[in-house]
Write a protein that binds this ligand. Structure first.
Ligand SMILES: O=C(CO)COP(=O)(O)O
Length: 252
């Protein structure tokens, strides 16, 4: 791994405000000073401002799990990138497979969300990944190609995408305990990086962090992170408990 690692926790629809603050504070205490890697947690939107306030001045940054691409307006139930930034977040997860599956998010909508994130100076984490069916049919690269080309449509130059993070999360590995092998993840990440190089050039390809997500745990993180093209992890279940998540953050 030649880029600074990013270890991110996606708390999905777990924890009330007070539970989220308690876990975040405990995590910040356990982290102490770690400047060789970036750390982020994404609580629910309801907890985001409170958690962000409580983490101010610590190495643990916050993110949202989604946004709506418009700046403001009559869009009942939605939250804009600016609102998320104002709540204290630095990151936003975009196009998670659960959103693609349950809320019918499309690559076209995802592309607008990424643009809105950059406009608000949030770092977008673009999630991509194939389903079990697609893997069985050997369509993984085809699916990732489509998700990246369409998700990043509308961006003309590498400059506009500076800071972009991609998270490769095979859907069949999420919440199942079926972690992909480090060798397979490495091969896939190499493919993703070569695609970024083909579309946007070498500099962006070298700078873009590609995270792996899907059943990352304390006992499998180190070998995953030893791979050249795995630049961090997007962690679900194992990020909910501070004592477990800190073991992942402190991988060596
Ligand atoms: O979806 C994930 C992170 O966004 C991964 O979830 P798990 O770590 O629970 O498999």
């Amino acid at each position: 791994m030649s880029r600074k690692a990013l270890i991110a926790g996606n708390w999905k629809m777990f924890k009330t405000g007070s539970q989220a603050v308690a876990t975040a504070k405990k995590l910040a205490q356990l982290v102490e000073n770690m400047d060789d890697r970036d750390i982020m947690i994404a609580p629910t939107l309801l907890s985001l401002p409170l958690v962000s306030q409580n983490l101010e001045g610590t190495p643990v940054k916050t993110g949202a799990q989604n946004l709506f691409h418009e700046k403001e307006g009559a869009f009942t139930g939605e939250v804009s990138a600016e609102m998320i930034k104002a709540a204290g977040a630095d990151y936003v997860i975009i196009g998670h497979s659960e959103r693609r599956q349950y809320f019918h998010e499309t690559d076209n909508g995802i592309s607008k969300k990424i643009k809105a994130a950059f406009d608000a100076r949030l770092t977008p984490i673009l999630c991509i990944g194939e389903t079990h069916e697609e893997k069985k049919e050997e369509k993984t690269f085809y699916v990732l190609d489509k998700q990246i080309r369409n998700g990043l449509k509308g961006f003309r130059s590498a400059d506009e995408l500076s800071g972009l993070v991609i998270a490769y999360e095979p859907v069949w590995a999420i919440g199942t305990g079926n972690v992909a092998t480090p060798e397979d993840v490495e091969t896939t990440h190499q493919y993703v990086r070569s695609l970024i190089m083909e579309i946007f050039g070498k500099d962006l390809a070298n700078a873009t962090r590609i995270l792996y997500g899907g059943s990352v745990k304390p006992d499998n993180v180190s070998v995953l992170m030893s791979m050249q093209n795995i630049d961090g992890a997007l962690v679900g279940g194992a990020s909910l408990d501070a004592d477990t998540f800190i073991k992942i953050i402190k991988f060596d």
